[in-house]
Design a protein around this ligand. Structure first.
Ligand SMILES: NC(=O)c1ccc[n+]([C@@H]2O[C@H](COP(=O)([O-])OP(=O)(O)OC[C@H]3O[C@@H](n4cnc5c(N)ncnc54)[C@H](OP(=O)(O)O)[C@@H]3O)[C@@H](O)[C@H]2O)c1
Length: 247
């Protein structure tokens, strides 16, 4: 059985990814930041349909906690699956902040940087020794790195950095046959940045070729499919999953 860690999988895209991975027969390590109850619901839904999952706490913005997280992962791998390694890491955890450049504080900038770029870098570095050869790292980026959508400059810049980092991961991890790709969602109906109000959603739908905003499962299914053996030759790519957003 392949095993995947999906960061930030208590809600939104991460929860959908965790469920889709479990549906395809993978064991899942769910992580949450502040919502153990939501993570528990995801674990219960996976168990109810015959899958195997466990939830662990993780703050992706605190790189000093990553060694302890690896110890917790190793303990669960051993206890639940009798393994010392896992196969797939999905760096998904994140949050949104709408503010023009003129108003972004240094603290807000640093917070976004820690979660969206530094966190995925050092979490992947910390977990790399226990990622199985032939594994896969998927980084969740954003279509906002391609188009300058109002008010998300630091977020979009760090997501752009994560796309670049993905190519370096693919290059350096290739010797262990570990692939690295990024998935760039367009606007998806989640609680990110406080969620979408009706007016914003209508504008985004009008800018999308398929005429609506995305749902979490529109992305979760793609990430789960990307991990599969049929897609083994896709490497070092940023794949936009956005229904044709501003084309
Ligand atoms: N929704 C969109 O339109 C959209 C578009 C492009 C890209 N994305 C990206 O997709 C990813 C998931 O977003 P989403 O829309 O699913 O957001 P969401 O519904 O707000 O869920 C965010 C998830 O990340 C976790 N999280 C937040 N801060 C964290 C931290 N410091 N450390 C660890 N986990 C943390 C949350 O945990 P708790 O539940 O415990 O708080 C939750 O599981 C993000 O990287 C986001 O930037 C989203």
């Amino acid at each position: 059985m392949k095993i995947v860690i999906v960061t930030g999988s208590s809600r939104g895209l991460g929860a959908s990814t965790a469920l889709e991975c479990a549906r395809r027969g993978m064991g899942v390590i769910v992580t949450y930041h502040r919502n153990p109850g939501k993570a528990d619901e995801v674990v219960k839904a996976i168990s109810a349909s015959g899958g195997k999952a466990v939830a662990l706490q993780l703050d992706v913005g605190n790189s000093r906690s990553f060694r302890e997280f690896r110890t917790a992962v190793s303990a669960q791998l051993h206890a639940l699956w009798g393994r010392e390694t896992f196969d797939f890491l999905v760096n998904n955890a994140g949050y949104g902040l709408y503010a023009p450049i003129s108003e972004v504080s240094e603290e807000q900038f640093d917070g976004l940087f820690n979660v969206h770029l530094k966190g995925p870098f050092f979490l992947t570095q910390t977990l790399l020794p226990i990622i199985e050869a032939g594994g896969h790292v998927v980084n969740v980026t954003s279509a906002t790195s391609r188009v300058a959508t109002a008010g998300v400059a630091p977020y979009a810049a760090f997501k752009g950095g994560l796309q670049v980092l993905t190519r370096y991961m693919a290059k350096e991890f290739g010797e262990r046959r570990i692939r690295a790709n990024s998935i760039a969602p367009g606007a998806i109906r989640t609680e990110l940045g406080g969620g979408l109000n009706e007016e914003f959603e209508t504008m985004l739908a009008d800018q999308t070729a398929l005429g609506r905003v995305g749902e979490p499962a529109d992305v979760g299914g793609v990430i789960a499919a990307l991990l599969s053996e049929e897609n083994r030759w896709i490497n070092a790519q940023n794949i936009e999953v956005a229904g044709g957003y501003i084309i």
